[in-house]
Design a protein around this ligand. Sequence first.
Ligand SMILES: [Fe+2]
Length: 149
Amino acid sequence: MSDQKEFSNDGACSGDTIQVLKGQHVDLKNKLKEISDEIKKSRSDFGDIPDKLRKFNIELANHAEFENCAFYQPLLKKMEGQGFDIDDIKEFIAEMTKLLNVVKDFTQRYDKAEMIQNDTASFSSDLSAAMAELETRIVAEEDGVFIYW
Ligand SMILES: [Fe+2]
C-alpha cells in the first residue's frame, strides 16, 4: 500500500483519488467472488480460504484507512468550509463503518478451514451476506458521496 502514500489528502489529486478508490472496490469485490467460486467446487478442501480471508481483511482495512484520510476527511473539511451542514455526511460515514464492521467480523469468524468444511452451508450464507454488505457500502459511496468530490 506504499504507493497510496503519494496521494495528499488536500484534494490536490482529486481525480486520482476517486479512481484509486473505485479500483480498490473492484479488487475487494473480486476477492470475495473468488472465495465464493471456490466454495462451489466440490473437490476443494477450502484449505486456503482462511488465508484468503485474512489477506482480504488487511486489504479492506487499508482501503478504509485510505478512503478515510484521502476522501472522507478532506470532503468534510471542504464542505464545512463552504458552509454546508456536515452532520448528514458524518452520519453516512458512521453507517458505512457499520457495514464495514459486518464484513470484517465475517472475515475474522472463519479462521480455520475445518470450520468451513464442517459447515459449508453456514459459511456460504455468511459469505453471501458479507458480499451484499460490501456491495451496499460501495454503491452508497460511488453513487452517493463520491459525487460531492
Ligand atoms: Fe470504499
